[in-house]
Design a protein around this ligand. Structure first.
Ligand code: NAP
Length: 260
């Protein structure tokens, strides 16, 4: 009788929010999971709670050398990966009256460039894996241009294109690619939001939903359904109609630096 070996995952952004909740879902299923984030404590706590199932691979993923070393370490210990979930990310809003390119740089570095470093490190391991699956956490923000989301939306639109393009290029190698598009989820990232978050889900609910869908390898996992059902059709409207909707979301801007 042959036992199927546990699936091996690499999950980034596992120290809090959606990633931490998803780590628990994966570990409860018996999977082996390599966990990354800059903060080590929560990853070590999971390693303690699920002995023998966790590989703690912490580090700043915006550092390409660090990511290379994480990939090498996973390669030495496991030799391969079956699923890679690139979830680590950040969000900062832009004030167009004092446009600060460093915000764009930081957000794009974290959400897009770091993900590309992870892909470079992960692909050789996925090629040796069992029914390989590459998963990226984008955002429903990419369906519609929203005020103040210039940096975040650009980074996630870039990430979406990166994954959707890779999906085609990797298809001859049978590496499946899934994009996750959450609406609002209550996490430390969105705690800072000073606007209403309609139909928001808890991180646990989001993680359960993602985990339940992952097995079927859909092209996209978008949720909550009601939120997506409202937002997605807006993405098909002409640009001028989208501009009118976007203007409705404009709020009185914070005071200009010179006014203070
Ligand atoms: N919450 C939402 O409503 C929502 C909606 C759409 C999409 N998303 C996306 O979902 C993903 C998870 O977000 P979340 O809401 O769960 O936020 P979160 O609780 O802030 O989690 C973000 C995770 O990313 C890690 N991370 C950030 N920068 C990193 C870096 N330079 N190197 C390594 N790890 C880094 C953080 O760990 P450390 O700080 O310890 O490094 C943390 O584990 C993000 O990609 C986010 O854009 C969230």
């Amino acid at each position: 009788m042959s036992l199927t070996p546990p699936r091996r995952y690499w999950l980034t952004g596992a120290s809090s929010g959606i990633g931490a909740a998803l780590a628990v879902e994966l570990l409860n299923s018996g999977a082996h999971v390599a966990l990354s984030s800059r903060t080590k404590g929560p990853l070590e706590a999971l390693a303690h709670r699920y002995p023998g199932q966790v590989l703690v691979v912490p580090g700043d993923l915006t550092n390409s050398q660090t990511v290379r070393e994480i990939g090498e370490h996973i390669g030495v210990v496991w030799g391969s990966l079956d699923t890679v979930i690139l979830n680590a990310g950040t969000c900062e809003y832009v004030d167009a009256r004092q446009f600060d390119a460093s915000i764009v740089e930081h957000v794009v570095r974290t959400n897009l460039l770091a993900s590309s470093y992870c892909i470079e490190a992960a692909l050789p391991l996925l090629r040796k894996g069992h029914t390989p699956h590459l998963v990226g956490v984008a955002s429903a923000v990419t369906y519609l241009p929203m005020p103040r989301a210039e940096a975040y939306g650009a980074s996630k639109a870039g990430l979406r294109y990166l994954f959707e393009s890779l999906r085609i290029s990797l298809s001859p190698e049978n590496i499946d690619v899934t994009v996750i598009s959450p609406g609002f989820v209550d996490t430390p990232l969105t705690e800072r939001n000073d606007f209403p978050m309609p139909l928001s889900w808890s991180a646990d609910k989001a993680a359960r939903h993602i985990f339940a869908k992952l097995d079927k390898r859909p092209l996209e996992i978008a949720f909550p359904a009601m939120f997506i059902a409202t937002l997605w059709p807006l993405s098909k409207l002409p640009n001028r109609a989208q501009l009118i909707i976007g203007k409705r979301m404009l709020r009185s801007p914070p005071p200009h630096k010179d006014d203070l």
